[in-house]
Ligand binder design. Sequence first.
Ligand code: MG
Ligand code: MG
Length: 249
Amino acid sequence: MAIVIKTVNEVEKMRRAGGIVREVLQAVRAMVKPGVTTLDLENVAAKLIEDAGAKPAFKGYHGFPCVLCTSLNEQVVHGIPSAKTVLRDGDILSVDCGVVIDGFYGDSAITIPVGKVAVETQRLLDVTKASLEKAIDTVRPGAMLGDVGAAVQEMVEAEGFSVVKEFVGHGIGTHMHEDPQIPNFGQRGRGVRLREGMVLAIEPMVNAGGDAVRVLKDGWTAVTEDGSLSAHFEHTVAVTKDGAAILTL
Ligand code: MG
Ligand code: MG
């Protein structure tokens, strides 16, 4: 599939979708505390998306059952909200949300500390978020896709963590997943050249230990092979003539 270039008007539609995702994630962040279940978060998110006149992007996607992915501690991505998953002090929870409105998608993720987390745990979150910011800083017309992945990988590995290789970011638009794939590793100057009107979901997934992951028997939840903690941050970002425009702010 060719990379779809969006018009300025289409990018504005995507900013609307992105704004709804942002609202949902902010509401979820405000709710997160010990004793809350991931199903509580799911229920609030589902209501907010409906009230905004949007549709959830994940629910029903290849049969995924919920509007949020909630991935706790060693879970990397695609965790399923559940009444049995009770948040505890010191946990970290990655929350990923996507919506579609007026035919266009938005997709964003954050990792939230529950109560008071260990210093090293907070460092994992800070480095993952900073690696996303570094990646976004590379985005402008004429930059290469390899610059984006390299920015993530260089920062994460310099801090002693590892980037997940099996899951990648993606183009986004009238489909949640469009070309190109956006790995969180790579070489500067390699890959697709970025052009104005491309929209990218950039999403570093960072493990405190090794980079290997496996999927649990539920068919969805990806966890670190070594049981180490994992963090995930994502923004939907448009390539504009002035550089990157984050649509999920
Ligand atoms: Mg996402
Ligand atoms: Mg995504």
